[in-house]
Design a protein around this ligand. Structure first.
Ligand code: ADP
Ligand code: MG
Length: 748
C-alpha cells in the first residue's frame, strides 16, 4: 500500500517568480530578496547611523543604543512588509543543528487613566531586543559548564551575518537574527563563537605573514573562504514513515543491499529523477531568496543520493548558509512528500554521504593566498601558505580527526568509500615535484603542458587544446578521491567531514592549527632574516626548504584505502585513530589543548572540556538510542513476522499432509528458518544485556562511557543486524514488516 501511495503521490509544481511581462525573473533579480543586506540597510537607515554601524561592525564592538534602536526599527518595518509577525535569534548550539525561539513584535502599552486602564497594541522592536535575548540555556548541551558557571545563556546578534526572513505558518513570516550563544561569563556555548574567534586570529597571523613577505602589500584583513559540497539521500516519506530506525536514528539498522545495486552504478551524474528535480529546484529558489548562492546540483554515487554545492563565501557566512540550506531542503522535501537523510551512512553497503569542505584564505584585496597563479617555484607566498597548511596537518591531524568524529560518520570513515582515519594531504604530481625539487635543491622536472593533450573517450581520441591553462594547470593536478585532505588547484578540500554535522568546528580547528603554523613560520622567517626589516629571497627559500622537510610525512599521493598505506603511515608516525571515542581524547591532550587555548586563545580550558564531554555523551547516547530502537524493531516487528511466517508454513504443511500430499518444500523452509530465528533471538538477548550493562555502569568519566559503548554495544548492534538480515532473505516478502532497501532507494 505504501508503495502504491508513493508511486501515485501528488505532483507539486511551484510557480517560478515572473516579471511584469510574464517572463521568468532572472535568478540575479531574486537573489537575496529576503535578506536585510548592507545595501538594504543603507537605504533604510540615516547615513550617519549606517556608517556608525559599519564602523562598529568592523571593530567587532558592541553597537551603541542609538544605532541599535535605529537598525531595529528599520529591520522591523522591512520584515513586516514581508509578512513578519515574529523575530528569532537563530543560533547554533553544540547539537550540530540550529535553534530558534520566536518572539512576537506585538507589545502592549498600558496607561492608567482616572477612568481605568487603557491598553494600546503596538508593533515594536527595540535595539536591545535586536542585540540580545536569553533563551533557556539549560535545554542545550553545555558539557558540565552549567555546574561550574552561571546557568544563563545569551544569544547575541552576529553583525557579520545578515538578518533575513523565512516563511512562517499561514502565510506569515519570521525575522531571523543570526546569533552567537554564550554563557553569562562569555563562554561559548555554541559552534559559531569559536569559528568567529578563529577567523580573527587567522586573519591577524596571515596578514602579518603577507605583509612581511611583501612590504607593499598593506593587507589589513585575511578571510577564510569556504564552499561546502553537501551530499544527502532523498527517500519517499511514506516509505520513511514505515521505518522506525530511520525516523529515530537517521539510518537503517536492518536491511540488505538490493540485488540490482550493481546495475545502479550509472546513477552518478545520471538524470535526476523528476520529483527530486522539482524538490531541488524549489530549494534553489528559496536559497536564491535567502542569498545563498547554490551553484551545482547532481546525482551522487548511490541510488537516491544527490549533492548540491554553493559558490564559496566567507567561512562563517558559508557555515550559516550550509545549515540554512539543510534546513530549507528538509522543509521543501516535505512538501514533495520526500524525506531528506543527512546521516553519513543511512544504508549499509551503499555509498555514504559527506560534506566536502573546500577551504582557502583570501586577502581583503580578494587575492586567494592558496592560488599558484604565478610560477609556483618563485611564488614564495603561495608556497609558505601551502606549507603552513601542511604543517598544521602534521602537528594537529588528530584534532581534525576529532572535529569529524561522531557515531554516524564512524560508519563512513575507513570504509572503502571515504577517507580513512589517517589524516594526510594530497598535493598532486606537479606540486609534489615542485616541493621535492626545492627540497633536493635541483631543477624542477619539466611539467610544461603539451600544446595538445589527448583525451580518450570511448574508442575515439579527442584533441583538447590546453595551452591556455595556467602554469599549474588545475586539470593536471590529478584527482585523488581517496585522500581525506586534498589540494585541488587553489584550495584544500577537507573530505572527511560528515554530511550531517555542522562544518563549523572542522573549520575552526583548521583555522587554529593553520594560525599556529603561520606563527611558527613567521618566527622562522624573522630568525632567518636577523636584523633586516624584510626577508630576502634566500631567507624565504631557507624557511621553505625547512618546512618542506618537516612536513614531508603528511604528504601522501597514493591510494588511501590500501592496506599498504596503513602500514606506511605507521612507519611515518602518523596517528591512525580508529574510533570516535579514541579521537575525542586528543582534544584534551596537552599539545592540542595548549594550541587551542593558550597559543591561539580561541577557547578557554573550560570551553574545551565542556565540548569534550558533550562529544562523548552524545556518542554514547547515539549508540544507546540505536540499540533500544533495534531491540524494539526486532522484538516487536521482525521476530513476530518470522514466527507468523513459520506458522503459515506449518499450517500449510499440516493441511497438505491431511489430504495426503507430501509437504517437502514447506518442511525444508521450516527447517532452514528455525536456526535463523534462534540466532536472532539470542543476539537480541545479548544486545539487551550489553545495553543494560552500559547504562548500569555509567560513570563520571564520559570518555570511558563512550568507549564502552563502542566496545560492547556497537558490535552487539552489528550482530543483531546480521541475524536480522539473514532472516530478511528467507522470510516471504508479504510477511516482512519493513520497507526494504529496494523500495526505499528506488521509489523516488
Ligand atoms: P569539485 O570538482 O570538487 O566539485 P568545484 O570546483 O566544483 O570542485 O568546487 C567545489 C566547491 O569549492 C564549490 O563550493 C566552490 O565554490 C568551492 N571553492 C572554489 N574555490 C574556493 C576557494 N578559494 N575557497 C573556498 N572554496 C572554494
Ligand atoms: Mg569536490
Amino acid at each position: 500500500n505504501a508503495l502504491v501511495k508513493a508511486a501515485t503521490s501528488e505532483k507539486r509544481e511551484i510557480e517560478y517568480p515572473r516579471k511584469a511581462d510574464g517572463k521568468p525573473k532572472y535568478p540575479s533579480e531574486i537573489y537575496g530578496e529576503n535578506v536585510f543586506t548592507l545595501k538594504t540597510m543603507a537605504k533604510a537607515l540615516p547615513k550617519p547611523i549606517f556608517s556608525s554601524f559599519l564602523k562598529q561592525r568592523r571593530g567587532r564592538q558592541n553597537l551603541d543604543k542609538t544605532t541599535a534602536d535605529s537598525i531595529a526599527h528599520a529591520v522591523r518595518v522591512w520584515a513586516m512588509d514581508r509578512g513578519a509577525t515574529h523575530y528569532t535569534h537563530w543560533f547554533q548550539p553544540q547539537t550540530g543543528a540550529t535553534a530558534e525561539k520566536h518572539d512576537a513584535f506585538l507589545s502592549l502599552i498600558t496607561s492608567f487613566t482616572p477612568g481605568g486602564e487603557e491598553v494600546t497594541p503596538i508593533d515594536q522592536f527595540s535595539g536591545s531586543q535586536l542585540l540580545q535575548s536569553e533563551p533557556d540555556a539549560s535545554s542545550f548541551p553545555s558539557g558540565g559548564m552549567r555546574t561550574t558557571f552561571e546557568a544563563r545563556g545569551y544569544t547575541i546578534w552576529d553583525t557579520s551575518s545578515s538578518m533575513f526572513v523565512q516563511r512562517g505558518p499561514n502565510g506569515t513570516s519570521i525575522l531571523y537574527i543570526p546569533s552567537v550563544f554564550i554563557s553569562y561569563n562569555g563562554d561559548a556555548l555554541d559552534e559559531k563563537t569559536g569559528l568567529l574567534r578563529s577567523n580573527e586570529v587567522l586573519s591577524r597571523a596571515a596578514s602579518e605573514l603577507v605583509n612581511l613577505l611583501e612590504p607593499e602589500a598593506h593587507v589589513a584583513h585575511v578571510y577564510t573562504t569556504l564552499g561546502t559540497e553537501q551530499e544527502f539521500f532523498l527517500v519517499d516519506r511514506t516509505m520513511y514513515a514505515l521505518r522506525p530506525d530511520l525516523k529515530i536514528t537517521g539510518r537503517t539498522l536492518v536491511g540488505q543491499l538490493p540485488p540490482r545495486h550493481q546495475q545502479l552504478e550509472d546513477h552518478y551524474f545520471g538524470r535526476i529523477p523528476s520529483r527530486v528535480m522539482r524538490t531541488i529546484s524549489e530549494l534553489e529558489l528559496e536559497c536564491l531568496r535567502l542569498g545563498i548562492p547554490i551553484k551545482t546540483r547532481h546525482n551522487e554515487v548511490a541510488p537516491a543520493q544527490f549533492e548540491v554545492a554553493p559558490i564559496f563565501e566567507e567561512a562563517s557566512v558559508a557555515v550559516d548558509h550550509n545549515l540554512l540550506t539543510m534546513d530549507v531542503l528538509h522543509k521543501v522535501a516535505h512538501r514533495h512528500n520526500l524525506r531528506v537523510l543527512y546521516h553519513e551512512k543511512p544504508f549499509k553497503g551503499v555509498n555514504g554521504s559527506g560534506k566536502h569542505c573546500n577551504w582557502a584564505v583570501a586577502t581583503d584585496r580578494g587575492e586567494n593566498l592558496l592560488d599558484p597563479t604565478v610560477r609556483p617555484e618563485t611564488n614564495f607566498r603561495f608556497l609558505l601558505f601551502l606549507l603552513a597548511v601542511l604543517r598544521a596537518l602534521q602537528e594537529h591531524a588528530p584534532l581534525l580527526r576529532v572535529a569529524i568524529s561522531s557515531s554516524s560518520n564512524e560508519h563512513r570513515l575507513g570504509a572503502q568509500e571515504a577517507p580513512p582515519g589517517i589524516i594526510s594531504a594530497f598535493l598532486g604530481d606537479q606540486l609534489n615535484e615542485v616541493l621535492n625539487a626545492i627540497e633536493e635543491d635541483r631543477p624542477i622536472k619539466n611539467f610544461s603542458v603539451p600544446q595538445f593533450q589527448s583525451i580518450k573517450v570511448g574508442g575515439t581520441v579527442l584533441d583538447v587544446k590546453v595551452s591556455a591553462l595556467p602554469h599549474i594547470a588545475r586539470d593536471l593536478t590529478d584527482r585523488n578521491r581517496t585522500s581525506p585532505f586534498a589540494f585541488t588547484g587553489n584550495k584544500f578540500e577537507f573530505r572527511a567531514v560528515g554530511s550531517k554535522q555542522s562544518p563549523s568546528f572542522p573549520v575552526t580547528v583548521l583555522n587554529c592549527a593553520v594560525t599556529a603554523a603561520i606563527t611558527e613560520i613567521v618566527g622562522e622567517l624573522r630568525a632567518q632574516m636577523g636584523s633586516k626589516s624584510y626577508p630576502s629571497d634566500e631567507d624565504k627559500l631557507a624557511v621553505i626548504r625547512k618546512f618542506i622537510k618537516l612536513t614531508k610525512p603528511v604528504r601522501f599521493e597514493g591510494d588511501n584505502y590500501s592496506a599498504e598505506w596503513v602500514a606506511e603511515a605507521a612507519k611515518r608516525g602518523l596517528p591512525n585513530i580508529k574510533s570516535a571515542p579514541e579521537a575525542f581524547t586528543y582534544l584534551v591532550k596537552d599539545k592540542h589543548l595548549k594550541m587551542l587555548t593558550t597559543e591561539t586563545g580561541i577557547f578557554s580550558r573550560g570551553e574545551l572540556l565542556s565540548r569534550y564531554h558533550i562529544l562523548n555523551e552524545r556518542y554514547a547516547k547515539d549508540i544507546i538510542i540505536e540499540a533500544e530502537t533495534l531491540k524494539t524493531i526486532v522484538g516487536q516487528q521482525i521476530l513476530p513476522a518470522a514466527l507468523e511466517y513459520r506458522k503459515s508454513l506449518a499450517e500449510s504443511a499440516a493441511a497438505l499432509k491431511a489430504v495426503g500430499v507430501e509437504s517437502g518444500p514447506e518442511t525444508d523452509v521450516l527447517n532452514e528458518l528455525a536456526p535463523l530465528v534462534a540466532t536472532l533471538q539470542s543476539e537480541h538477548k545479548k544486545l539487551d544485556q550489553a545495553v543494560r550493562k552500559l547504562v548500569d555502569e555509567e560513570t563520571e568519566d564520559s570518555n570511558a562511557h563512550a568507549q564502552a559503548a563502542y566496545d560492547s554495544v556497537a558490535p552487539a548492534i552489528a550482530s543483531v543486524r546480521e541475524a536480522a538480515d539473514a532472516l530478511e532473505a528467507s522470510v516471504a516478502d508479504k510477511f516482512w514488516p519493513l520497507p526494504k532497501y529496494t523500495e526505499l532507494l528506488l521509489t523516488i
